[in-house]
Write a protein that binds this ligand. Structure first.
Ligand SMILES: *Cc1c(COP(=O)(O)O)cnc(C)c1O
Length: 240
């Protein structure tokens, strides 16, 4: 690496990251996709700053957090701040309107936009600081009460709303399928998100990114077209 850091070639963390990249590459090639189309986002919620530093030393550059307060503390810390030029932060949790200002300040991409009100607020906050905020629209494909995201039939109206904004741009779609022990049963949700993108593109929207796939199911997500996998436990171990 050219950053003056050191690669910890023999640590368990390095080996886990290497293993994930190998599995990502294999899944992409199996689907006859270019492995470079798929980005690894390391999910660092509840993970300590030291471990994030180690992951940076191993070469990771994109990180996902799901709580604004926790993320802010990490991003502003001395250890992490010196890297800010080369790191990308992804907000992957549910975003409340009153946290939009912080999200705009700290995150390169917000994966979880799911309401007109949130779009309006992100646009307002991004406008204040002269930023164009990149977002993904989170679609709820499972009927579970606990899941966030918009319903399928709200997708095109929300994309239309975003298209009318100067300071928000929609780069793609995100979904979180239910956790199912049998990973093959998750596949239809990934197929569905890809199909929704196809329809949105037929309606004139350009949506390059599909954020789908986690530790448990990322290979299947890649086979079905994922461009961003969000992986926590497979990199850092079980969260306490
Ligand atoms: C925690 C989380 C992940 C990562 O989950 P793992 O199973 O640890 O890989 C991915 N996406 C979202 C939205 C999350 O909250």
């Amino acid at each position: 690496m050219s950053n003056g850091g050191y690669v910890m070639e023999t640590t368990p963390l390095f080996n886990r990251i290497k293993d994930i990249y190998l599995r990502m590459t294999r899944a992409a090639m199996k689907a006859e996709r270019n492995p470079e189309e798929v980005q690894l986002i390391a999910v660092t919620k509840t993970i300590a700053i030291d471990a994030i530093r180690d992951a940076v030393d191993c070469g990771l550059r994109s990180f996902g957090e799901n709580r604004i307060q926790e993320a802010k503390k990490k991003i502003m810390s001395g250890e992490i701040r010196s890297w800010s030029e080369v790191l990308a932060w992804h907000f992957i949790g549910h975003l409340q309107k009153n946290k939009a200002k912080d999200a705009v300040q700290f995150f390169d991409l917000i994966h979880s936009v799911d309401s007109v009100e949130l779009v309006d607020e992100i646009d307002r906050q991004a406008g204040r600081v002269g930023k164009v905020q990149r977002v993904l629209v989170e679609v709820k494909l499972a009927a579970e009460e606990t899941k966030h995201g918009i319903a399928e039939d709200e997708l095109l109206p929300l994309l239309e709303r975003i298209r009318g904004k100067k300071h928000v741009t929609a780069d793609g779609l995100m979904t979180m399928p239910p956790f199912l022990d049998d990973r093959e049963r998750v596949r239809p949700y990934f197929v569905r998100l890809r199909e929704l993108r196809r329809r949105a593109e037929a309606a004139g929207f350009s949506l390059a990114e599909l954020s789908m796939g986690m530790s448990h199911d990322f290979e299947i997500a890649i086979e079905e077209g994922s461009t961003m996998v969000r992986i926590g436990t497979a990199i850092f171990g079980e969260r306490s």
